[in-house]
Design a protein around this ligand. Structure first.
Ligand code: GH3
Ligand code: MG
Ligand code: MG
Length: 441
């Protein structure tokens, strides 16, 4: 740019120098040479004032040399008009300036690029805002989780909250309980059966899962991509939250899982601690059966239910025969083992919904909800026989134990104390009749 400007101005100077030279040499065609001035203007748009100055000097020289004449005056006027016209048409806005055009083009491109960048930034911003919104939702869920202390409440709340998030088709939560994987919740009723079967068939693989990741072997549950958020405590598998998601949301939920998992792990620790505390308060350490205080609460509830729905149920009191002798013969440690084994036999002999408590030292109590008389007697007999046939072995010595059982039916006008007292009477009668017996009153 600068270089071109210098060249142009040198060219103007040369034009004027030739014109001046011709004029001062008094050539006859001097007037025509005056036209060099407008031509110079053409090249000199960047220094027009300097050009005008030279042009006036040249004309003045012409006047001084040739004097005033009609022709010189006319030429002076014509060249002046010419200079004005050329200057007018060659003013900077009218100039067909290639460089300017180039610059304009460059600027236009830069503007376009900037607009594109702005669009990209805007869409990125929208994505980020969406992510932030999702993370905030997770934050709210984490906060709500702190209000839940039981595993049932926690999993239900999580399932409800997650299944309403965008792109999530279904939510299922699996928890390891008593060594087995259990489906705790599933947001879609129609998937439950398939979910249970798939979890059962892939139990080993599920227990190996870690962190937040996409897992292909669970795809058939809902014919959707599945992401697992796995909670491990001390490296042991505790729970997996399975999200069946739409294709576009896979990476989103894998990323969110990484953010959310520490909160989930914390909640899981709290729930676990609570359930351990609860169990300790309710369950007897030696036998794993309900403690008397908690059992009485359950009995009370059972009586309320029976009163409301006009149903009845059976209870049985059990007492190990001559247990003192076991202690005396084999010692208290062996006595404890026998107690623990008999508890297991009772547990495995009753139906899944039956409620068993350790009522006293070697006395047990069982509620048989919705049982008929025949069933109650059958269950009592089953317990009695299973204990009688069990062979305890201590220091290569084998021995057996027996139990006496008193059974009674709840009827409408009874309360907890009356009911237990009747069952106790039945048990007393069984003892009186020679033990290892079932007596129904
Ligand atoms: P029966 O009921 O047939 O009349 O005779 P029993 O010998 O079982 O009767 P008793 O109620 O007199 O004795 C119960 C014994 O159970 C007394 C106590 O030492 C023992 N016992 C109670 N709780 C425990 C326990 O937790 N561990 C052990 N090892 N023994 C217990
Ligand atoms: Mg006793
Ligand atoms: Mg006894």
């Amino acid at each position: 740019m600068k270089f071109k400007y210098i060249i142009k101005n040198i060219f103007i100077l040369i034009c004027f120098f030739i014109a001046y030279l011709n004029v001062s040499l008094a050539q006859t065609q001097y007037v025509l040479l005056l036209f060099l001035a407008p031509i110079a203007v053409f090249f000199a748009r960047d220094c027009k004032w300097c050009l005008f100055f030279f042009w006036i000097v040249i004309n003045a020289t012409a006047f001084l040399t040739f004097g005033y004449s009609y022709l010189t005056l006319l030429m002076f006027a014509m060249s002046f008009i010419l200079v004005l016209c050329i200057n007018y048409f060659l003013n900077p806005s009218a100039i067909d300036d290639i460089e300017m055009q180039k610059n304009n083009e460059l600027l236009r491109k830069m503007k376009e690029q900037l607009e594109k960048n702005q669009e990209i930034t805007l869409s990125k911003r929208k994505i980020l805002e969406k992510k932030l919104e999702n993370i905030m939702q997770l934050y709210v869920i984490s906060k709500d989780l702190t209000t839940k202390i039981t595993i049932e409440d926690t999993t239900k709340m999580l399932t409800d909250a997650l299944s309403s998030k965008p792109g999530i088709f279904a939510v299922a939560i699996v928890v390891k309980r008593n060594g087995n994987l259990t489906l705790m919740s599933c947001s879609k009723q129609e998937l439950i059966e398939n979910c249970i079967a798939t979890i059962k068939n892939n139990a080993n693989q599920i227990e190996q899962l870690t962190g937040s990741q996409r897992i292909d072997f669970l795809y058939p549950i809902a014919n959707k991509a599945v992401i697992s958020w796995t909670i491990r405590l001390n490296n042991d598998f505790l729970s997996s939250i399975f999200l069946a998601v739409e294709e576009d949301f896979i990476q989103n939920y894998v990323d969110e899982g990484k953010i959310f998992l520490p909160h989930l792990t914390l909640s899981a620790k709290r729930v676990l601690l609570f359930s351990q505390l609860n169990d300790r308060a309710r369950v007897d350490g030696l036998t794993g059966l309900y403690l008397r205080r908690y059992f009485m609460e359950r009995l009370h509830t059972e009586i309320q239910v029976a009163k409301r729905y006009k149903t009845d149920f059976y209870i049985m009191m059990l007492d190990i025969d001559f247990f003192k002798k076991v202690n005396d013969t084999y010692g208290h440690v062996v006595g404890d083992k026998v107690l623990s084994t008999i508890s297991k036999i009772i547990t495995s002999s009753v139906r899944p919904g039956d409620i068993i408590g350790r009522y006293g030292g070697e006395e047990f109590i069982v509620i048989l909800p919705m049982a008929l008389k025949k069933q109650a007697i059958e269950i009592a007999e089953k317990i009695r026989k299973n204990i009688q046939t069990y062979k305890f072995i201590e220091n290569n010595i084998s021995f057996s134990a027996t139990i006496s059982i008193g059974v009674t039916k709840y009827t409408e006008n009874l309360n907890e104390d009356n009911l237990i007292s009747i069952a106790d009477n039945a048990l007393y009668q069984a003892k009186k009749e020679g033990r290892n017996k079932v007596v129904l009153i």
